[in-house]
Design a protein around this ligand. Structure first.
Ligand code: PR8
Length: 469
């Protein structure tokens, strides 16, 4: 695709994902097709989280004094907060913030909930909208001012070790989630100057969109005891002592949907993983003048059978050219199309078309065994889409030895360059300036025998750099 940004805008409109004409900058309307993709995506995440977390729902409004309590946190968000100052015509005594994220809404309550060591760990999540007055260029689903699909998890632990373990568990959860969507990612520790405000450190998932820019699609923050001390969240130990808790939080947003669309899509439009496709199969009758009724009836029976087997199926019996329907469902990214005409009914066959490979094959529908065949084809589609996306991603990550090589890797090969670095902030910022990129983060911290690509001092780690959204 030549111009990703243009392609992305067009497909959001044509496939009726979201309508960006809503008259507030950075805020958009989910349309039925988009809403379904969003729903199935969230269902996957909720299923994983529900095994170990409990879902809650906190208010949208945060009192000014609570928001202001954690100094580093509030500093990080001060330019992004929307304020409610009036109730009708009455000026409020205390301004209320629209949550930019929910630490300061939740943690005063956690202080009330956590009593003894036996209450811990606590693991909660909520799926809500959050508001950030982003000053950087807004983009639908990618950088929005109302994040409509903010999944935030917050956990509370008795010890530093457990908290550290939770960071690893959260990384595993997101790995599983992104793997089910076939979205490739790199995981790295953000440099100190780019961590979440108030965190000890931040682990981030980044993917690469087709224009070569990376998109942060999820973050896991180790909050240590920073917020516990600010909000006085303590527990009583078995020995009767009062100790501060340790905390983590982690989140993903609408960007996950942007990635599904951007990473799997192609010139023909969307290509949706079966797990989140509003319809996994569309059935198209091939109608000639004769036997039209019979074909329509057969297609309806086929639809009912597949639906009964738990698949999401749509039967398009509209009286328009089949070719027009093909075009539409290819653009909408339906993973499988099934074409059935009079001759197929006679031969007990159907033609199926895979959206990901754009290939047709004939399958037998003689016995109900064919339903398992269809299910395994859908599984193959998920598998192949994931593999395809990872192959493309891996081609765009290169280990480099010099700054020139890093620059040309990012300019020409459009992706991520990886090299040894000293870990020093001044050197890192100089590097970002020289290559006109951002440091994504660090990986593989044993680099004692190597030297920094920039200042030539002993290296401490490998770092990833890229142009970012
Ligand atoms: C937290 N607190 O808030 P985070 N538009 C779309 N997606 C966005 C935007 C935006 N304007 N800003 C951030 N994201 C922690 C963890 C509770 C949960 C996405 O963390 O500020 C990014 O993918 O890092 C980011 O990784 C995620 O939200 C969480 O936001």
């Amino acid at each position: 695709m030549t111009d990703f940004s243009e392609w992305f805008h067009n497909i959001l409109e044509e496939a009726e994902i979201i309508d960006i004409r809503y008259p507030v900058k950075g805020m958009h309307v989910w349309q039925p097709q988009g809403f379904k993709i969003r729903k199935y995506t969230l269902d996957i995440l909720k299923k994983i989280l529900d095994e170990t977390h409990e879902e809650v729902l906190f208010p949208l409004l945060v009192p000014e004094d609570e928001l202001a309590k954690e100094a580093i946190h509030v500093k990080g968000f001060e330019e992004e907060v929307y304020w409610v100052t009036h109730g009708g015509l009455t000026k409020l005594n205390k301004k209320l913030a629209l949550r930019p994220t929910s630490e300061t809404a939740m943690y005063p309550m956690f202080a009330l909930w956590v009593r003894s060591h036996s209450d811990l760990p606590m693991k909660f999540y909520q799926i809500v909208n959050t508001f950030r007055y982003e000053t950087k260029h807004t983009r639908p689903l990618i950088r929005v001012r109302e994040i409509t699909t903010f999944k935030e998890a917050h956990t509370v632990h008795a010890t530093r070790e457990e908290c550290e373990e939770q960071v690893q568990k959260a990384i595993k959860i997101y790995r599983e989630f992104f793997d089910m969507l076939g979205i490739p990612y790199s995981i790295s520790k953000r440099p100190q100057w780019d961590k979440f405000p108030g965190a000890e450190y931040t682990m981030a998932f980044d993917t690469i969109l087709p224009d070569g820019k990376t998109l942060q699609i999820g973050t896991v923050h180790n909050l240590g005891q920073t917020f516990a001390k600010t909000f006085d969240i303590t527990y009583e130990t078995a020995e009767g002592e009062h100790e501060y808790v340790y905390q983590t939080c982690y989140g993903v947003s609408d960007r996950v949907i942007a990635s599904i669309i951007g990473i799997h899509g192609d010139e023909k439009g969307l290509c949706l993983p079966p797990a989140v496709a509003p319809y996994q199969i569309v059935i198209i009758p091939i109608i000639f003048k004769k036997r039209a009724e019979e074909v329509l009836e057969f297609c309806q029976q086929m639809t009912d059978k597949l639906k009964k087997a738990g698949l999401r199926v749509y039967f398009d019996g509209r009286d328009i050219r089949a070719g027009k329907k093909y075009y539409e469902y290819e653009m909408r990214g339906v993973p499988l199309r099934m074409e059935i005409g009079p001759r197929d009914i006679e031969n007990k066959n159907a033609i199926i078309f895979r959206r990901d490979k754009l290939e047709k094959e004939t399958i037998s529908i003689e016995s109900d065994e064919f339903i398992n065949n269809i299910k395994s084809i859908l599984e193959n589609i998920s598998h192949d889409m994931k593999e395809n996306a990872w192959n493309a991603f891996n081609k765009h990550i290169k280990d480099v030895q010099t700054i020139e090589e890093a620059a040309s890797e990012i300019e020409d090969n459009k992706g991520i360059a990886r090299f040894y670095w000293c870990g020093d902030e001044a050197c890192g910022k100089e590097l970002e300036e020289k290559v006109k990129v951002d440091i994504l983060g660090i990986q593989d911290e044993n680099a004692a025998t190597e030297e920094c690509i920039n200042c030539k001092k002993p290296a401490k780690c490998k770092t990833l750099i890229a142009k970012t959204y």
